[in-house]
Design a protein around this ligand. Structure first.
Ligand code: MTE
Ligand code: MO
Length: 400
C-alpha cells in the first residue's frame, strides 16, 4: 500500500499526515509542528481562474488542497472520451479523507459483514467479478452543487456549478453481493466504509449508509471501471459505490467494508438516510463559461446539459432577458448511454446590448417537473443541498 499523497508531497506542502499504522508526523517545519495533530481543512482557495492538476487529472478548479476537493470547469463537463460523458481526467473530485491509500486491484479485500449478515465473508476483485459484470452510465452530482453561488454565503464547500460530472461505470450489482452473504430479516441498513482516514479527529473512518431496499435494486453497483478504463484514484479506485439517479455523496469511494446492520451505525459522516433522494431537475450552460466575453452583433452558440434522476428531460428553454421571455433550445437525442445521463442542448442567438449578460436556462421533465426560478427557502435550511434553481445555475457572461 503506498500513499496517493506521498511523503515528498507532504513535505512540499508542509502538512501533516497519518500513517496507516497510527499517527505519524513526518518532516514538519516549526509552523506545522504548532498546528493541530491532524491536517486541517482548507483554506478554501476557490478561484475559477486558477486551475490546479492532481496527479493523473487535468487542471481543475481547486477548492481545497487538502483534503482534495476540485470542481470541474463547466467547459469540461461534456467530454469526448465517451461523449457526452465527462472524461475521467476532468471528473470532479471530493474527499473528506486526509489519507487516501493507493490500493491495487489485486490487493482489494472487500469485507462484507455486520450483525445482520448471514454468512460474513471477504471478496477479492476476481471473486466479485464472478457475479457477472454490469455497466451503467450516470450523472454524479454532489447534493451541494452550485451552493457557492448563493448569497449570503452558506457554510461548507463553496462549490460553483461543476460539482457534477457524468461517467460510465462498470462493476457488479450490490444486490448480488448482499444475496451471496445473506441479509437477515432484522437488517435496517447497509453501511459502506472507505479505506482512508478522514480529517475529523473524533471519527477517523468514513461511513455512509443506504437502505436495504435501495441496495437490492439492480441499478446500484460496486464499480471497478470508469468510462471503459481505470478509475482514477481520486474517483475511488479500486471499488466505489454508484447509485444512478441518486445524489453522489453516498456513492462511497474506495469501499473496503460493507456492513449489513440491525442497528444504525454511529459515525460522524454516516448521517441519516430516509430513503431515495432522487436528483432534482436542473439545466446549465457549459460553454461559453462564466466570465467569457461575447462580441456584440455576432451569433453565438450556447451549449449546455440538463439532467434529472432518470425520469427524462422534455425541453430546455433559454432566457436572455432576465426571465421575461423564453425560447426553446434544441435537445440532442437521448444518449446511447441511457437515461441516467444528461441531455446536451444548444441555443443560438446574437447578443446586441453591451455589458453583463445573465443567461437563464429552464429544464422541464417528461412528467412535468420544472426547474424552479428562485432559491427555495429549503435550500438555506438544508445548507444548500439539492438546489436546482434557475438563478443559481445561471450563466454570467459579458457582451463587448
Ligand atoms: N471515500 C469517500 N467517498 C466519497 C466521499 C468522500 O469524502 N470519501 N465524498 C462523497 C461526495 S460528497 C461526493 S459528491 C462524491 C464525489 O465523487 P468524486 O470525487 O468521484 O467526484 O463522492 C462521495 N464519496
Ligand atoms: Mo458531495
Amino acid at each position: 500500500m503506498s500513499l496517493a499523497w506521498n511523503r515528498r508531497e507532504f513535505l512540499r506542502r508542509g502538512i501533516l499526515t497519518v500513517g496507516a499504522a497510527g499517527l505519524a508526523v513526518s518532516g514538519l517545519g516549526p509552523l506545522a509542528r504548532a498546528a493541530a495533530p491532524f491536517p486541517g481543512v482548507g483554506p478554501a482557495t476557490r478561484d475559477p481562474n486558477r486551475l490546479v492538476a492532481l496527479p493523473g487529472k487535468r487542471p481543475l478548479v481547486q477548492i481545497y488542497d487538502k483534503p482534495p476537493v476540485y470542481e470541474t470547469p463547466t467547459a469540461y463537463l461534456i467530454g469526448d472520451e465517451l461523449y457526452p460523458l465527462t472524461n475521467r481526467d476532468a471528473y470532479y473530485v471530493r474527499w473528506r479523507e486526509a489519507l487516501i491509500p493507493e490500493i491495487k486491484p489485486e490487493e482489494l479485500r472487500l469485507e462484507v459483514g455486520g450483525d445482520a449478515a448471514v454468512r460474513p465473508r471477504t471478496f477479492t476483485l476476481d471473486e466479485l467479478k464472478a457475479f457477472g459484470e454490469v455497466s451503467v452510465a450516470a450523472v454524479g452530482s454532489c447534493k451541494r452543487n452550485a451552493s457557492g453561488t448563493l448569497r449570503p454565503m452558506l457554510g461548507g464547500v463553496p462549490w460553483g456549478k461543476g460539482d457534477v460530472s457524468a461517467a460510465k461505470w462498470t462493476g457488479v450489482r450490490v444486490k448480488d453481493v448482499l444475496e451471496a452473504v445473506g441479509v437477515k430479516e432484522n437488517a435496517v441498513q447497509v453501511a459502506f466504509k472507505s479505506a482512508g482516514f478522514t480529517i475529523a479527529l473524533a471519527a477517523q473512518e468514513y461511513w455512509r449508509i443506504q437502505s436495504v431496499d435501495e441496495m437490492m435494486d439492480p441499478k446500484a453497483i460496486l464499480a471497478y471501471r470508469m468510462n471503459d478504463g481505470e478509475i482514477p484514484i481520486w474517483n475511488g479506485a479500486p471499488l466505489r459505490l454508484v447509485n444512478p439517479g441518486e445524489y453522489a455523496p453516498e456513492w462511497v469511494k474506495q469501499v473496503v467494508r460493507i456492513e449489513i446492520r440491525s442497528t444504525p451505525i454511529e459515525n460522524r459522516w454516516a448521517g441519516t438516510h430516509a430513503g431515495p433522494d432522487p436528483i432534482r431537475i436542473v439545466s446549465l450552460v457549459t460553454t461559453p463559461q462564466d466570465g467569457e466575453r461575447l462580441p456584440s452583433g455576432r451569433e453565438v452558440e450556447l451549449t449546455g446539459v440538463a439532467y434529472d434522476s432518470g425520469v427524462g428531460i422534455a425541453k430546455v428553454e433559454v432566457s436572455i432577458d432576465g426571465g421575461k421571455s423564453w425560447e426553446r433550445a434544441s435537445l440532442e437525442p437521448l444518449s446511447p448511454h441511457g437515461r441516467y445521463v444528461w441531455r446536451v442542448w444548444h441555443y443560438r442567438f446574437t447578443p446586441r446590448q453591451r455589458g453583463p449578460l445573465t443567461v437563464f436556462t429552464r429544464a422541464t421533465g417528461v412528467e412535468g417537473e420544472v426547474q424552479p426560478f428562485g432559491v427555495q427557502e429549503a435550500h438555506y435550511t438544508s445548507n444548500g443541498r439539492r438546489m436546482n434553481s434557475i438563478v443559481e445555475f445561471a450563466a454570467h457572461l459579458e457582451v463587448v
